[in-house]
Design a binder for this molecule. Structure first.
Ligand SMILES: NC(=O)c1ccc[n+]([C@@H]2O[C@H](COP(=O)([O-])OP(=O)(O)OC[C@H]3O[C@@H](n4cnc5c(N)ncnc54)[C@H](OP(=O)(O)O)[C@@H]3O)[C@@H](O)[C@H]2O)c1
Length: 269
């Protein structure tokens, strides 16, 4: 079965490609970057904001993974209906889509289609921890709202749920919330990471105003800062409620944050 993966070079897409390749599937990886290479995948260049660039990508494809945002500032894609039309005409049967904060035109077009669609809706990615690398190297993490709780999920588990939905029957018409196996506060995350890298890390709580100032100085766009303040200061219940989707769908327990830290410790220098 040939499977087309959009967002293939991203945090989640890269894991989907690797898992499908290791299962022996024929994977076509969509990217805007003509230089991109992913082991075992056929690369195809196209831009989801311009469906006229996607005609070749769909040739012979039976299943497809989609993203719902455009790389330019994570705005919702507005080309959902055209992409779904191309997929339908090409004979695609199953489609997964990585859900963001709000539903986009991609999910809406899938709901209106005859395709067997599955929305994979993760909570906070464990991979966001990479943003702590400079702070960890400096020995002190500065964050607002440190008592916030998160059921953060390993990217490989988000991918494993998508892989099941792309390759097995029975997942059509489902929206799967995907979480990790435990709820952690920021001090608990820092302690787990500190153990994995074998070094003390200090944690300092910032006020909202201090966090805004710091993130602006770090170069974050104003709308991303607003989003982070909202997500950290008012985490919706779904963000700190463990669900059993990973085990239910994949048959394997969700990976813990300690495992993520052990796998990625070298990146923290
Ligand atoms: N981070 C979190 O905690 C979190 C939690 C829940 C949901 N989410 C959602 O997850 C999504 C982000 O996923 P991610 O972190 O895996 O993404 P990412 O690492 O930022 O990667 C973005 C990927 O999308 C591709 N892409 C972007 N715009 C494109 C376009 N116009 N045409 C074709 N490809 C395009 C990029 O491909 P090229 O650059 O190779 O072209 C790249 O492969 C967002 O929707 C976010 O709302 C994130």
């Amino acid at each position: 079965m040939r499977i087309l993966i959009a967002g293939s070079t991203g945090t989640v897409g890269r894991q989907i490609v690797a898992q499908l390749v290791s299962q022996g599937h024929s994977v076509r990886a969509l990217t805007r970057n003509p230089e991109a290479v992913l082991p075992g995948a056929e690369m195809v260049v196209g831009n989801l904001t311009d469906p006229s660039t996607l005609a070749d990508a769909f040739d012979g494809v039976e299943a497809m993974h989609l993203i719902s945002f455009d790389g330019g500032g994570y705005q919702p894609l507005t080309t959902g209906p055209q992409i779904v039309e191309l997929a339908t005409r090409a004979g695609v049967k199953r489609v997964t889509v990585l859900g963001g904060k709000d539903e986009s035109g991609v999910e809406q077009a899938l709901h209106d289609s005859d395709l067997a669609w599955t929305v994979v809706q993760p909570v906070e990615f464990m991979g966001n921890t990479f943003s702590w690398i400079p702070a960890v190297q400096a020995g002190v993490i500065s964050e607002p709202f440190i008592d916030r709780r998160s059921a953060m999920v390993h990217e490989a588990d988000i991918a494993a749920v998508a892989v099941a939905a792309l390759t097995e029957d029975g997942h059509g018409g489902q929206t799967y919330t995907v979480t990790g196996p435990e709820v952690l506060t920021v001090p608990e995350k820092v302690e787990i990471l500190s153990k994995a890298i074998g070094r003390e890390i200090d944690l300092v709580e910032l006020t909202e105003a201090q966090a805004r100032e710091k993130w602006a100085a770090d170069g974050l766009a104003a709308d991303i800062i607003d989003f982070l303040i909202w997500a950290y200061g008012n985490t919706p219940e779904v963000g700190y409620t463990v669900v059993s989707t990973v085990e239910d769908v994949t048959g394997k327990p969700a990976r813990a944050f300690a495992q993520w830290c052990a796998e990625n410790a070298p990146a923290f220098g």
